[in-house]
Every structure is written in structure tokens, then in C-alpha cells.
Design a protein around this ligand. Structure first.
Ligand code: HSE
Length: 439
């Protein structure tokens, strides 16, 4: 029998240590100071930030830190006698964040984090440590910022079998795709601009290659399906190959392109993936614009529920961190991922090739007689049935585009057809393929 985490309720104030004083850390300090009385009134437990830790002590962060102890060595925060709860806002799956998590939990202290990489990579180990040491581990801010999707999956939807989760979980990608559509600008142009104004990271790889979305998807899948988070078994594609031409064609076909984190259950097993997909223009998820995040969950009894809001930033992320603090103070125990950690299954995500669906394919081909016959011969050979086919007039750099959608077909077949296309002389560049999602 698993031990229930005990509430760290104290007669004196609950003493909080914060590691990482970037945007979110400052946001947490502001909420805890500005709403001190009202937060205490909710539970009868006073909250007090006692200690903070960050790289640069002298930097002006716009909040008064003079009343807090300073801790130079991040991991030492866990050892401080005047810290009952650690809030980790450093980031990164390893390094100081990981060391701090382990040290805090080993000591039976509550650990709250906004760090999706840490939870996605070390979730099972940390959950085991938390349970073994009767400590709390909470991470509401790790997925979709201010949207309480962790609480929704772990608690609000517990009566349901979850058939699918589709999420726009990365604000940077959604912002880029939205601007590409609205302004007709290329991916590179918008990314560069977003970096200049400090909107996108200097190294945007995790965002644009879908890795950040994969971390978040692994966490949601763990909660929905009783798995330990696993990013090693989560095929991931980002948005770098998307052209404005695909965005235009998507619109003509009645779709919009979104980077989705997907977890769903089928007869074949649990599928977890990240890819840019075409979603129907009239679906809830298609309407989510700019840096906003959204998650659509299908439950067996509740039906579809849709959660939308800010996925990043000072206020929204700090709001989620404070919700975790209050949860711990209330003594809202229960296993970290909903089930005791020793019962969490090993991810057995169905392989890419088990996937069947409808697809969009764009080819740039020679504008010559007989080309279409070659294309359709490949489709016939690979047993891909065409849903719609367009050759849109104007020539593009020595060729024309042929754009098609398929009927339901296996991913094996479409991948074989794409390989076959690239071997044709009349096909002038690597074909673009996108999955079409029913939403
Ligand atoms: N880089 C993330 C995003 C921040 O763009 O959504 C929140 O995890």
C-alpha cells in the first residue's frame, strides 16, 4: 500500500524556497506577496518565501528580494532548515534542476516545478522518490502554462476513459504558423523577427523541432493512460518544413495547419506523437491563434472538453505554480501521475507504421504531358486512394505543384509512395506530406 503524502501543514508559516528567478520566478513572488492574505485565508496556512536562489544575485528583477535569504548553491536549497517546499523554475531535464528535485524529495519536502523536460525525462524516478519519502511532487505549470490541464486529467476527468488528447502545446510554433497564414511571410522571416524581439528563444530548436511539445505530450499521456512519461517512444516532427504554400493549400482544402501533441487510444494501443497536422477550419483547435495553447480531450462519459489559454509568460505560469502550492497546503495527496508509480506501465506506443489516416501530399513536378500518369501509377501501386487532386495553374521555379489528399490509408503505404515519388525524374523536390486530423 502506497503511503499518502502528508500535508506539510505547520503552526507557523509554510516556508518556501524558490530556485530560478527568471520571468516565472518573479511572477510567483509577485502573486505570493500580493495575495498573501487571501491565499492564507483559503487554508488557514500562512505562506512565506524564506529563501531564493539564482545565478546572478545583483540583477534587478523588479521585485524586492532583500527580505529573503540568498542561496548560492541551488541544490543546497533543499537542505536549508527554513525551507519546507522547493519551487524549481530553472529548467532543463538534468543538471541543477534534476539534482535539486532528487535532494528535495529524498528529504520528504514538497517539490513543485514548471519544468516539462525534467518531468518528461525523469518522471517515473521522481514519482518513486516522492512516494517513498512521503513527499509531494507537482508540475501543473509544466504543460500549457496557465491552463489547469494536469488537474483536469488527474482529477476532473478521472471517471472517464480518455480516447484522445490533441494539444497545441507550444506557443512559439502556434505564433509562427498564425503569422505565416495571416501575413504570407516565410517561416525563417518570422522566426528571426520573433528572436529579435526576444519572443522566441535564441536557440529555438526545442520549440520548432517539436521537442518541447513532445515533453508536454509525454506528461499528458502518462496521466491519461497510466504510463510512465516516455519521450523515447514518441515520434516527433516540428514545423520547419512547412511552407506558406502549404498553409495556402490547406486553407483552400478547408484546413489550417497546427503543430499538435497527440495521445490516443486505439485497438492497436496507445499512440503518442507530435506532428504538424491539417485540422478542419471549423474545429475548436483551428481557431486557436497566436501564442495561445489549447488542449482538446475526448472522454468516454464527458465527451469533448476544450481548454484554452496562455501557455507561457509570467502571470499564467506563476498562476499554475501557485495552484500547486495551494494543492499541497490543502493536503490534496494522491499519486504523482494518478496511479502509484510502481504500477505505471512502460510506454508501448504503437509504431508510426501502424497509423492509418488521411494525408495531404504536395509535389513539385515538371509541367509536361504524362507526368500525372506517373504519379497516379505510383499511387495505384502503393494502394493509396486519392480523395482530391489539384494542379494549380501557375508554374513555380521550373515546375508546377500537384496537391492531393488521400482517403484513409496506412502510413506505410503513404511513406512507400513518397519514397517512390522521389525516385521519379519528373518530381523536382522532396515531397511534402502532412497528416489530416479529424477534430
Ligand atoms: N517555449 C514554450 C512555448 C514555453 O513556446 O510555448 C512554455 O513551455
Amino acid at each position: 500500500m502506497m503511503k499518502a503524502s502528508s500535508s506539510p501543514l505547520r503552526t507557523g508559516p509554510l516556508r518556501i524556497g524558490i530556485a530560478g528567478l527568471g520571468t516565472v520566478g518573479v511572477g510567483v513572488i509577485k502573486i505570493l506577496e500580493e495575495r498573501k492574505d487571501i491565499l492564507s485565508a483559503h487554508t488557514g496556512q500562512a505562506l512565506e518565501i524564506t529563501t531564493v536562489s539564482a545565478r546572478d544575485r545583483r540583477r534587478d528583477r523588479g521585485v524586492d528580494l532583500s527580505g529573503y535569504d540568498w542561496c548560492d548553491n541551488t541544490v543546497e536549497l533543499a537542505e536549508r532548515d527554513n525551507v519546507d517546499m522547493v519551487i524549481e523554475l530553472i529548467g532543463g531535464s538534468d543538471g541543477p534542476a534534476y539534482a535539486l528535485a532528487k535532494e528535495t524529495l529524498k528529504r520528504g519536502k514538497a517539490f513543485i516545478t514548471a519544468n516539462k523536460a525534467l518531468v518528461a525525462v525523469h518522471g517515473r524516478e521522481l514519482a518513486e522518490l516522492a512516494e517513498a519519502n512521503n513527499a509531494y511532487l507537482r508540475f501543473e505549470a509544466a504543460v500549457a502554462g496557465g491552463i489547469p490541464i494536469i488537474k483536469a486529467l488527474r482529477e476532473g476527468l478521472i471517471g472517464n476513459e480518455i480516447s484522445s488528447i490533441q494539444g497545441i502545446l507550444n506557443g512559439t510554433c502556434n505564433y509562427i504558423l498564425t503569422r505565416m497564414e495571416n501575413e504570407g511571410l516565410d517561416f525563417d522571416v518570422i522566426l528571426e523577427e520573433a528572436q529579435k524581439i526576444g519572443y522566441a528563444e535564441a536557440d529555438p530548436t526545442f520549440d520548432i523541432e517539436g521537442i518541447d511539445t513532445a515533453h508536454k505530450t509525454a506528461i499528458l499521456a502518462a496521466l491519461a493512460y497510466g504510463y510512465a512519461p516516455d519521450i523515447t517512444n514518441l515520434p516527433t516532427e516540428g514545423i520547419t518544413k512547412i511552407g506558406t504554400v502549404d498553409i495556402d493549400y490547406a486553407r483552400q482544402l478547408g484546413y489550417r495547419i497546427k503543430l499538435l501533441g497527440i495521445a490516443r487510444k486505439s485497438e492497436k494501443g496507445i499512440e503518442t506523437r507530435v506532428y504538424p497536422a491539417m485540422v478542419p477550419l471549423d474545429s475548436a483547435i483551428a481557431k486557436v491563434a497566436g501564442a495561445t495553447n489549447a488542449v482538446v480531450v475526448e472522454g468516454s462519459y464527458v465527451g469533448q472538453t476544450v481548454y484554452e489559454g496562455a501557455g507561457a509568460g509570467e502571470g499564467p505560469t506563476a498562476s499554475a505554480v501557485v495552484a500547486d502550492i495551494m494543492d499541497v497546503v490543502r493536503g490534496n495527496a494522491g499519486p504523482v501521475f494518478g496511479l502509484p508509480s510502481h504500477t505505471l506501465a512502460q510506454s508501448d506506443s504503437v509504431s508510426e507504421n501502424d497509423y492509418s489516416g488521411t494525408f495531404y501530399v504536395r509535389l513539385r513536378v515538371d509541367d509536361e504531358p504524362g507526368v500525372m500518369a506517373h504519379i497516379t501509377a505510383v499511387l495505384a501501386e502503393e494502394k493509396v486512394s486519392i480523395g482530391s487532386l489539384l494542379q494549380l495553374g501557375s508554374a513555380v521555379s521550373g515546375g508546377v505543384y500537384i496537391v492531393m489528399t488521400t482517403h484513409v490509408t496506412s502510413e506505410d503505404s503513404i511513406l512507400a509512395a513518397l519514397k517512390h515519388f522521389t525516385e521519379l525524374e519528373c518530381v523536382l523536390e522532396t515531397p511534402t506530406m502532412l497528416r489530416i486530423e479529424a477534430c
